[in-house]
Design a protein around this ligand. Structure first.
Ligand code: HEC
Length: 149
């Protein structure tokens, strides 16, 4: 019995840390309230899906008994599609995809491509701060979607 208690404590901390790791943004409160009632809302932390896939997941949860207004479900899908959207490879994605996926301007997307062409691949998120004209503050909430290889 004692051993069971010791083993389950780190698991609890892990679950708690995960839900907190979710980016702040419009819809997060609704998402936490509706999607955290049966299981930890943090189950989505490592998931990166497009809007249609998130819609399917949310519909699936509705079928399992998730209860909210249509507007709330729409807000949740929007939140997930933005903050837990598909991964974006900043070393490979075309400027147009960077622009639409990361919701940055055409000029900023071009600046990312120019920087990697001149200096080689980005290795970490901090490298993006070296790109002249790119406001990484705007990118911070989408950090979890950015990959380098
Ligand atoms: C009424 C209870 C309930 C609510 C509310 C609920 N879920 Fe679930 N969810 C479940 C159950 C039960 C499972 C486990 C399904 C399984 O293991 O097959 C699950 C599993 C999941 C999984 C893991 C699926 C997988 O394939 O591993 C995700 C992601 C998920 N839920 C997201 C959500 C989201 C997003 C919401 C909010 C819209 C939500 N859940 C609300 C009951 C709920």
């Amino acid at each position: 019995m004692k051993r069971l208690v010791i083993l389950s404590i780190p698991l609890l901390f892990l679950a708690a840390a995960q839900a907190q790791d979710l980016p702040d943004g419009p819809g997060k409160d609704t998402f936490l309230k509706v999607c955290g009632s049966c299981h930890d809302a943090g189950v989505v932390v490592t998931m990166h899906n497009g809007k249609d896939d998130w819609q399917t997941t949310v519909d699936d949860m509705k079928g399992r008994g998730a209860d909210a207004s249509d507007d709330d479900f729409k807000t949740i899908v929007k939140y997930l599609a933005k903050y837990q959207g598909p991964e974006v490879n900043v070393n490979k994605a075309a400027a147009k995809d960077l622009q639409t996926q990361l919701e940055i301007s055409d000029t900023e997307a071009q600046a990312i491509v120019q920087y990697r062409t001149a200096n080689g691949d980005f290795k970490a998120y901090a490298d993006l701060q070296k790109v002249t004209g790119l406001d990484t503050k705007k990118l911070d909430p989408l950090k979890g979607r950015i990959v380098f290889q």
